[in-house]
Design a protein around this ligand. Structure first.
Ligand SMILES: [Zn+2]
Ligand SMILES: [Zn+2]
Length: 374
């Protein structure tokens, strides 16, 4: 049997299993449960392929995919904070930090299918895989222009990532194209397939099937450097995405009555961690922001309060720190986190949010998928 037929059959079996196991909501399925169910039907799990739900670009509808649930410093268990929203097969990618491309692939999306990319801000953890995406998407033969949007500085970042960081690779692609057959299928374009737009608050993009709005958030100490939150509306539902921010008026507006609020929650409440910068009283005093600027983030209690205030239908907390990751990741982040507080911190996070908010609270994991139209 040809390999692609085998894989398609496996995908079909996996989809049926996931649907049966979850009643159609493809989230939070344990690898063990899928493996047990797969074993019962004779389907064999591929070695090294996590048992995750798959996205579906072929059907009408709207899906939210967590393409990274982690924070700024390296964490092998979580990619950089990011997500994708798919509306009727159109892929909107929000931020492009570590592991976005690999996580998209693991849920069945070819990164070349990204139609529009939006950046919340230019911090390294939100852009770190953009250069790799830009070069590989180009050299793999993407023909249509990808539209890239973000706050002031996005055009400069993109130019720097492609034309400066990868100057040698731009030359390399130009050289190989001179020697490749002119009529080769999917021959890479002679110039990179990106149109990049610095944008401000307002409507970022509107089509017949969806609208993307953005407003300024409150993250960066220099007020002249902007960060943006986003909201996607379609006939199927709505998603608001914070990027990094303290509690902000922008997100309160964007998240009003939203179906799913995807919001950062990297800062623990005071007392949750035994050491590190996050455990300092000063770090939790908003009134010190002006005299001692620091990047703005949101704690579980603040986030629960925000979700309740805006009447969000569901809360997904992302940008989670490596409190319980591998020892090297905990050690590398210890200036901020101190020693690991242990797994109980996740229970404390959820409890603190639920003290303020009655709706469903979900701590994001990489590759979670939410169907908005079911
Ligand atoms: Zn960040
Ligand atoms: Zn940031």
């Amino acid at each position: 049997m040809p390999i692609h037929t085998t894989l398609n059959k496996f995908d079909q079996v996996r989809r049926r299993l996931l649907t049966a196991l979850t009643g159609g909501a493809l989230t939070g399925v344990s690898a063990l449960a899928v493996k047990q169910a797969a074993a019962a039907t004779g389907a064999v799990e591929s070695p090294g392929l996590p048992a995750n739900a798959l996205a579906d670009l072929d059907r009408k509808g709207m899906q939210l995919i967590i393409t990274g649930s982690g924070s700024a410093l390296p964490d092998p268990l979580r990619g950089g904070a990011s997500c994708a929203v798919v509306v009727d097969g159109t892929v909107l990618q929000f931020d492009c930090g570590r592991r976005v491309l690999e996580n998209l692939m693991l849920v069945g999306i070819n990164p070349m299918k990204i139609d529009h990319m939006f950046f919340t801000h230019m911090h390294f953890d939100h852009i770190s895989d953009y250069d790799y995406y830009a070069i590989t998407n180009w050299i793999a033969g993407r023909q249509e222009m990808v539209q890239v949007y973000g706050p002031a500085g996005t055009e400069r970042m993109s130019e720097g990532a492609i034309q400066y960081m990868h100057a040698m690779n731009v030359d390399f692609i130009g050289t190989i194209l001179k020697h490749w057959p002119p009529h080769m299928a999917r021959r890479p374009r002679t110039t990179p397939p990106y149109e990049v737009h610095d944008i401000g608050p307002g409507t970022a993009l509107e089509t017949d099937s969806f609208k993307v709005s953005c407003l300024e958030t409150k993250h960066l100490p220099d007020p002249s450097v902007k960060s943006l939150g986003y909201r996607v509306d379609s006939d199927y539902g709505s998603v608001a995405i914070s990027g990094d921010t303290a509690v902000s008026e922008g997100m309160k507006t964007l998240a009003k009555d939203v179906d799913i609020l995807v919001h950062e929650c990297v800062k623990p409440d005071l007392g949750m961690t035994p050491g590190g910068k996050f455990s300092l009283k000063d770090f939790h005093k908003e009134e010190l922001m002006e005299e001692r600027p620091q990047t703005g983030h949101t704690s579980p209690t603040q986030l629960g309060r925000l979700a309740s205030e805006v009447n969000a239908k569901k809360l997904v907390a992302y940008h989670l720190a490596p409190y319980t990751s591998v020892p090297a990741a905990i050690e590398m982040s210890s200036m901020y986190l101190g020693p690991s507080p242990g797994h109980s911190i996740w229970g404390e996070f959820v409890h603190a949010m639920k003290q303020q908010y009655d709706g469903p609270v979900i701590l994001a994991e990489d590759r979670m998928i939410f169907d908005l139209d079911k």
